[in-house]
Design a protein. Structure first.
Length: 421
């Protein structure tokens, strides 16, 4: 149902047919790009629905003059022509004067419509599905101006109403951006805190006098810390799910650690027969031997017993010597990811795997257990703050999505100056 004064239309009608393909490779050769000059926007430069020239390729002003019909104005909308055809961006002042590059399509809304409103409408899930379903190409999705011009849209009663709707939604975007910045800062601070704590540069215990530092193969650590090999404080677990019990099948991701495979992938990606899978009890560590160099190592916190693929190495730490959360934070650092990568590359295993023998030979800095506990507690506090920000961000995004559904379909109307008069 279309609200009074609103109209079902297409992108082609909204733009009065002003859709254009960027220059083809035959018109703009790779050897013409320079490190300075006029920016040429490619699909990679369409970030979060905004056109950015920060890392864009450039061509000389003289060559740009030859391609001036591709020059971008504020309010133009760029679309990716191949690959992720749902990718688009609104051109603002920051990208004014750049060129629509190879791999992009340009649409120019008429003056009757607010480009910001059109850009918000293009964020709708229904629009993304339409673009995916109507793309062409067998090996890679492709879009062209003919198809794009048929993209269904709904426009408001007037440009003023569209601008008011866009202004309301932009306020929500500002809130989202603020929280995203707070989240990024918190994550950055946590990373710096970990680095200080696991190297002893920041101590959470007081000493009457400085104890100094000692040199290890991986840098300086406090002289009162131990520096054992992993096998000296951890032991491997090799138990298999011989009975084929229906335990949760877990996978390890780079950023999230262990996840329930079925829930995470939303489909079954593991074998029907799990009798050969390894058992991983709660509080144990595990990693896929052929992917640990990517940082894929996890601590199993969610189930009393889970199972993992036979390619995983499973181990547990000595609770009298090691705080699991401290060790986990240590092993998830970029420093240890590089150590794992180096150990994998030097392994005699030609399959590019890191087995327990080589992994357990790696050394770790180990403070007294009481200090490990304090470090783990400090990191938990930081994690709680990050989790709160993530939850808040998710909530606001969902609220914005619901508001978009109402405003962009006219189910909720806004007052404009004309109506108020």
């Amino acid at each position: 149902m279309v609200p009074e004064g609103w109209k079902l239309t297409t992108l082609g009608e909204v733009c009065n047919g002003q859709l254009q393909t960027g220059p083809f490779g035959s018109q703009l050769h790779a050897d013409e790009y320079t490190t300075s000059g006029i920016a040429v926007l490619m699909p990679k430069d369409l970030v979060n629905h905004r056109a950015t020239i920060n890392s864009a390729s450039k061509i000389s002003p003289e060559r740009a003059q030859d391609l001036k019909k591709h020059t971008l104005k504020v309010g133009d909308i760029l679309f990716s022509r191949r690959g992720d055809v749902t990718r688009f961006a609104l051109v603002d002042e920051g990208a004014r004067g750049a060129l629509c590059g190879t791999g992009c399509l340009k649409a120019t809304p008429s003056e009757e419509h607010a480009p910001e409103f059109i850009a918000y409408f293009l964020q709708k899930d229904a629009v993304k599905r339409w673009l995916e379903q109507n793309s062409v190409g067998q090996t890679m999705p492709n879009m062209n101006t003919s198809i794009l011009s048929e993209l269904p849209l709904m426009t408001a009663n007037s440009r003023q109403e569209e601008e008011k709707i866009a202004m309301i939604l932009s306020t929500w975007d500002k809130m989202i951006n603020t929280i995203e910045q707070l989240l990024a800062n918190s994550q950055k601070q946590r990373k710096a805190l970990i680095q200080q704590l696991i190297t002893g540069k920041k101590r959470l215990v007081r000493h009457e006098k400085s104890l100094g530092y000692k040199i290890t193969s991986h840098g300086e650590i406090p002289s009162d810390w131990e520096y054992p090999m992993i096998r000296e404080v951890c032991s491997q677990i090799s138990e298999k799910n011989g009975s084929g019990a229906d335990y949760p099948v877990l996978s390890c991701s780079k950023h999230e650690g262990f996840v329930d495979s079925l829930k995470y992938f939303k489909k079954k990606v593991y074998s029907e027969d799990t009798s050969g899978y390894r058992v991983i009890p709660r509080g144990c560590f595990g990693f896929p031997a052929n992917h640990i160099e990517e940082g894929s190592i996890g601590l199993q916190r969610d189930y009393d017993i889970g199972i993992v693929s036979p390619i995983y190495v499973v181990f547990m730490a000595d609770e009298e010597k090691v705080n699991n959360e401290y060790l986990y934070a240590l092993l998830k650092t970029e420093h240890y990811r590089q150590i794992f990568s180096a150990a994998t590359n030097s392994s005699v295993d030609r399959r590019g795997s890191l087995r327990w023998k080589e992994f357990s030979s790696i050394h770790v800095p180990l403070p007294p257990l009481s200090e490990q506990n304090k470090i783990a507690s400090a990191l938990a506090t930081a994690d709680e703050e990050i989790e709160k920000l993530k939850n808040k961000l998710d909530c606001i995004k969902q609220e914005k999505k619901a508001l978009m559904q109402q405003l962009l379909t006219g189910k909720r109307r806004v007052k404009t100056e004309d109506k108020e008069k």
